[in-house]
Write a protein of this length. Structure first.
Length: 312
């Protein structure tokens, strides 16, 4: 396949803005979390200090886990009160009498965890801190919001989403890539449409973020891409190929193919489930001998995905 065609194909799959974060995102970035409390009524109270120094107490309630994708039923979402009880109860001092009943967290290990506890009914509330808006294609941040730390609140019980990811050779062994599948309770996670920038049009759509370690972009972890899971299958694929930067980026020179020693793939959970993340090992020339084995895995995981057929 000609390089120009590869570049065009890759650019068409990359999400430029990608605000669909999964879990539930607090509206204030770069805050200092002071506490997470949960009462017996199913409410969470987060107390934090904003970047400007002001204190904020936020109530969240009304959602747990996630629904399977549906074009008629909305995804579960928290209800929020950023006034400490005034919005829900017309009592701005409600937070003062908030009876914390949360026990020590004994749930599954999660990435980027900053606070967690176990509610009286056995469900879990967690807060994760994530730098989601880092620029793509290995660029260093040049705008303030690109370094924001976001807090993501989750409420769940039972099984977590399942994130499968694998390294592979693509386009006849010329390039290296990743592929995988995102599911919850055996059902694929996907949305029903997106805009021209790859932003999902509904709360079911999920963006994944791919980071590459010690690549042509330089030492350490660099953000490579943000893409969507595919409709009906919950699958995804990406090849590390030379790519022209997007409009508005600091340079328009072609970026190198940035296959790395390892890859990190991060997804916001469906509904109000936690942010999920996996790391996988990159490939070396010696792994070309395993191409048939890798292709067999690809065929199983990516069954039904016609978009990624060329990247087998």
């Amino acid at each position: 396949m000609r390089l120009a065609v590869l570049l065009a194909a890759l650019t068409a799959t990359v999400a430029l803005a990608a605000p669909a974060s999964g879990s539930e995102l607090l509206q204030d970035p770069n805050v200092k979390l002071l506490s997470l409390k949960v009462n017996a009524k199913g409410e969470a109270l987060l107390t934090y200090r904003r970047a400007d120094g002001t204190l904020r107490r936020v109530l969240a309630w009304g959602a747990i886990n996630a629904r399977a994708p549906s074009e008629t039923t909305p995804q579960v979402r928290f209800r929020w009160d950023y006034a400490g009880g005034w919005g829900k109860y017309r009592n701005g001092k409600y937070w003062k009498g908030f009876k914390n009943r949360c026990a020590a967290y004994d749930g599954p290990a999660l990435p980027m965890l900053v606070a967690a506890c176990k509610a009286p009914n056995g469900s879990y509330w967690t807060v994760q801190a994530w730098q989601r808006r880092i620029p793509l294609l290995g660029f260093d941040p040049w705008l303030p919001h690109q370094t924001n730390w976001e807090l993501h609140l989750s409420h769940f019980s039972g099984e977590l989403p399942k994130l499968e990811a694998f390294s592979n050779w693509t386009y006849g062994g010329r390039w290296q890539g990743v592929f995988g599948r995102y599911t919850y309770l055996g059902q694929p996670i996907f949305g029903f449409g997106s805009n021209a920038k790859g932003v999902p049009k509904d709360k079911y759509g999920r963006n994944l973020y791919i980071d590459t370690l010690n690549s042509a972009y330089g030492p350490g972890w660099k953000r490579e891409s943000g893409i969507l899971t595919h409709r009906s299958t919950g699958t995804f694929c990406h090849s590390f190929v030379p790519t022209r930067p997007f409009a508005g980026y600091p340079s328009q020179e072609i970026r190198p193919a940035a296959s790395g020693e390892r890859y990190r793939i991060t997804f916001g959970g469906p509904g109000v489930m936690p942010v999920m993340q996996v790391e996988i090992t990159g490939l070396t020339a010696a792994d070309l001998k395993r191409d048939d084995e890798i292709n067999s895995v690809f065929d199983q995981v990516m069954a039904g995905d016609r978009v990624c057929a060329a990247e087998r």
